[in-house]
Design a protein around this ligand. Structure first.
Ligand code: ADP
Ligand code: MG
Length: 479
């Protein structure tokens, strides 16, 4: 079933169109003023105003007779696709909208704002993810053929049913990846429009880029032409928007938890989060029916204290969900962990692995240097003594810390040594500690930190958008 919501009462008065609602949300601090979006809101407002005047014609259902193939003197001929049962598109049908642009450009937000402010003259409206819509359409087509035989031309009939449920139909993420969709889309859309349905849709691509390299693409071209001629095609990508704020000069990890730790976090939050509105707010993310509370968020950066994230019963599934929702993480107040805190250490390493594997960014404030995060100097000193590798006079704090540093610095080449030392011997988890340190080192590199930030010297907004696509594809592949 298409999720349909008949408009009983207007949620907002008719005069409160998209522009006023945008203003209201900006004033309430829910949206940030964006000059480029404002230009697009004008188009939404224009359609809104047209819809106040527009009355969709009553839906005329095609007769079954008209949907059956006609018999001519010369035998059976199928109906020429799209000729008979689809009526003309009415002249006064308002032109719909096709909003396209990169991930995160605000397409869904704008379409929802349009949907929420539709005037009360619109008798029924539906907002649906396009993929779900097409699944529903195929189900209905199948049912028609089961009931009335395979030769029936079911598309106009199904379109009439849908038109009964929605005068305005809003699709999120219009796309065509499937030959079965490609073959019916033009007739379906044309049929809907002929019943006076106004279409508004978002998409990641320009219509010309739809179904690129698809099977029998040439049969899909009329659908593209229909979209281009009947909808206003609007690009949401804002003009090159270079990130002006430079990255903090300090590294991403700060030790110890002194009074510089707070400013370390503040600077990185501003750089990795929303630099204009760095003040964090809280959010909630859903994971398999549970919820993760994210106490502080700015833009795409989430900030937890160690206790808030690792101190709770969280695990890999939670971390993966977080990686989808955020690009950067600040974990503050990380304690040194010894053998006694192995559960915490294990959980923290699972988190570090998730950050690393999803190519997200990580900022830490820690009580002890990284090399001592999972093994205390005492534990290390004892292991060296047992191995007979350090004499007593060498085992002062400085040489232990030097030895630890050396061991952690190049984990790969030290793997054998690590495995044979009694500190790590036969213990995969301890090896995971060492690998986590190696990953932390890599994530502190300039390349890692600056990639995808849209910094001017790296290519600005385009670099950022390209990286967002790479990351989301990697997440899909790896999960
Ligand atoms: N002007 C704005 N101010 C604040 N947040 C915005 C603004 N425009 C979009 N957003 C937010 O940015 C995120 C991405 O927008 P979204 O509409 O989902 O993008 P798209 O559908 O193009 O991928 C959403 O969380 C949205 O609420
Ligand atoms: Mg979207």
């Amino acid at each position: 079933m298409v999720v349909s919501s008949p408009v009983e009462k207007p949620q907002v008065p008719d005069d409160l169109g998209p522009i006023q609602e945008y203003d209201r949300r900006v004033a309430a601090g829910r949206l940030r003023e964006d000059e480029h979006q404002r230009g697009i809101i004008q188009s939404l407002q224009h359609l809104h105003d047209e819809l106040i005047q527009y009355r969709a014609p009553p839906v005329v259902h095609p007769t079954f007779e008209s949907l059956k193939p006609s018999k001519s003197l010369f035998g059976w001929f199928g109906l020429k696709a799209g000729t008979a049962a689809i009526q003309q598109i009415p002249d006064d049908l308002p032109r719909g909208l096709y909003l396209y642009g990169d991930v995160g450009s605000g397409k869904t937000m704008l379409m929802d704002l349009f949907y929420d402010t539709l005037p009360s003259s619109v008798r029924s409206k539906t907002r649906i993810h396009f993929h779900n819509f097409m699944q529903d359409v195929h189900k209905r087509l199948h049912r028609m053929k089961m009931e009335h035989g395979n030769e029936i031309d079911a598309v106009p009939f199904v379109a009439a049913d849908i038109a009964d449920q929605a005068n305005v139909l809003c699709f999120d993420e219009f796309q065509c990846t499937d030959v079965a969709d490609a073959m019916i889309l033009r007739r379906l859309l044309e049929s809907l429009m002929s019943h006076g349905v106004v279409l508004v849709t978002t998409s990641n691509r320009h219509p010309d880029e739809l179904y690129k390299n698809g099977i029998q693409r040439e049969s899909f071209i009329p659908a593209i032409n229909l979209l281009k001629s009947r909808l206003h095609v609007i690009n949401l990508d804002s003009p090159t928007d270079y990130r002006k704020i430079p990255r903090p000069p300090s590294g991403v990890y700060h030790t110890p938890l002194d009074n510089h730790a707070a400013s370390h976090i503040e600077k990185w939050l501003r750089f990795l989060g929303d630099s204009e509105h760095p003040e964090p707010h809280s959010e909630t993310q859903g994971v398999w029916g549970r919820e993760i509370h994210v106490p502080r968020v700015s833009g795409r950066c989430a900030w937890f204290t160690f206790q808030e994230l690792i101190g709770r019963a969280t695990g890999a599934a939670d971390y993966i969900e977080l990686m989808r929702s955020y690009d950067a993480f600040i974990i503050s107040d990380v304690p040194g962990m010894t053998y006694r805190e192995r559960d915490l250490a294990r959980r923290f390493i699972t988190f570090i692995d998730a950050v690393y594997e999803s190519h997200a960014k990580l900022v830490l404030t820690t009580a002890v240097p990284l090399t001592q995060l999972f093994v205390s100097p005492d534990e290390f000193r004892n292991s060296l003594k047992k191995d007979g590798k350090a004499s007593d006079d060498e085992s002062d704090a400085e040489s232990v810390s030097h030895a630890m540093q050396h061991m952690m610095e190049d984990v790969d080449s030290n793997i054998d040594q690590l495995k044979s030392s009694n500190l790590f011997s036969g213990d995969e988890e301890r090896f995971a500690f060492a690998r986590a340190l190696s990953r932390l080192t890599e994530m502190a590199s300039r390349d890692w930190v600056e990639r995808g930030m849209g910094l001017e010297q790296l290519g600005g907004k385009k670099e950022k958008d390209d990286w967002a696509k790479v990351r989301s594809r990697q997440m899909e592949d790896s999960m």
